[in-house]
Design a protein around this ligand. Structure first.
Ligand code: TLP
Length: 344
């Protein structure tokens, strides 16, 4: 039975080409640096992002956590947007693993104003922690897959440089951002000292993310990855899929963006659903269904009966994510079903 799975782009399955690449992959022990396929993927990733070096990590969460640990010392403070993934969905890891505290700032569309970042940077005072990192998320997941404008990124970088504070970008969906802006991904990555991006979301690889930065940063990150149990052995089987992801799958993301737009426009016409079309820039659609007098858990349950999966919760905010496994017919069917549920 086919399900239309709009819970996340993490549900994407490896393509036939990836399965083939896995079968044929040349592998070795990556902890010894001897897996040729992992080495190739890391070189490719660094090159694509315009950075000196890259590290294959098990997940986006691991990449972000390693980055925070590598850039900071326990007791430091780091600046992040209030709804970002690191704060919302990483199990409090920055407190537990890096031992840092968070200074969160609300940013319209998920992007902190450079003046607010500057105001939040601590001056020297015996009472204060040291501000040692600024994190940005691009695209911003909980703000609706929004893309950070390049001039805002540049101004954020300038604030970091003025105070000697590095910038880490959670670029889990950085290729969606590059697709939306129609720029080379380097044009985005150049504004951050380190970037984490995911192979296992819209790009369909089964496992893995990349962390990129300077050689020195990646050396430190490699050791931290080992400490966290992320030193994989014959990881080339996974890296082989990552290579296909980077060579092929970054070029089709506009299809997901078109489908998200169709879904958003369809939903925005349903009475009881509130949706800011301005936030629908990539493959994520977030709406508020409070007007339907149901929670998102209840909507999820109703949709499941029609073979549509979304993530539910006790509140009324609903997220839909389009990806390689979703086509236009799926989207039109989903709009029809939600209309039916809303009008009943
Ligand atoms: N996001 C997942 C869930 O964790 C919420 C999703 O379904 O969207 N940064 C961003 C911006 C992300 O959206 C995610 C995954 C991650 C980091 C973490 O990646 P993984 O899941 O590989 O740890």
């Amino acid at each position: 039975m086919k399900f239309i799975d709009l819970r996340s782009d993490t549900v994407t399955l490896p393509t036939p080409e990836m399965r083939e690449a896995m079968y044929k992959a040349e592998v070795g022990d990556d902890v010894y640096g001897e897996d040729p396929t992992v080495n190739k993927l890391e070189e490719m990733a660094a090159d694509i992002m315009g950075k000196e070096a890259a590290l294959f990590v098990t997940s986006g969460t691991q990449g972000n956590q390693i980055a925070v640990m590598a850039h900071t010392q326990p007791g430091d403070e780091i600046i992040l947007e209030e709804r970002c993934h690191i704060i919302t969905y990483e199990v409090g890891g920055i407190a537990r693993l890096a031992g840092v505290q968070a200074k969160t700032i609300f940013g319209k569309y998920g992007f902190m104003a450079p003046e607010d970042i500057e105001a939040a940077i601590r001056e020297e005072n015996i009472h204060y922690p040291r501000t040692s990192l600024i994190c940005v998320e691009n695209t911003h997941n909980r703000a609706g897959g929004t893309v950070m404008p390049l001039d805002l990124l540049k101004r954020t970088q300038e604030v970091g440089q003025k105070y000697g504070i590095p910038i880490h970008m959670d670029g889990a969906r950085i290729f969606n951002a590059a697709t939306y802006l129609n720029v080379d991904v380097k044009e985005i990555a150049k504004y951050a000292d380190s970037v984490m991006f995911c192979l296992s979301k819209g790009l369909c690889a089964p496992v893995g993310s990349m962390l990129v930065g300077t050689k020195k940063f990646i050396e430190k990150a490699r050791k931290l990855r080992k400490m966290l149990g992320g030193g994989l052995r014959q990881a080339g089987f996974l890296a082989a899929c990552g290579i296909v992801a980077l060579e092929k799958m970054t070029k089709r993301l506009h299809e997901d963006h078109i489908n998200a737009r169709i879904l958003a426009e369809g939903l925005s016409e349903i009475p009881g659903i509130k949706l800011d079309l301005g936030t629908v820039q990539t493959n994520i659609v977030i709406c508020d269904i409070s007007g339907l007098k149901m929670t998102s858990n209840e909507l999820a349950e109703s949709l499941y009966k029609y073979n549509i999966k979304i993530n539910g919760s006790k509140n009324t905010i609903v997220r839909f994510v389009t990806h390689h496994g979703i086509n236009k017919e799926d989207i039109l069917y989903t709009i029809d079903v939600i209309k039916k549920i809303a009008l009943r």
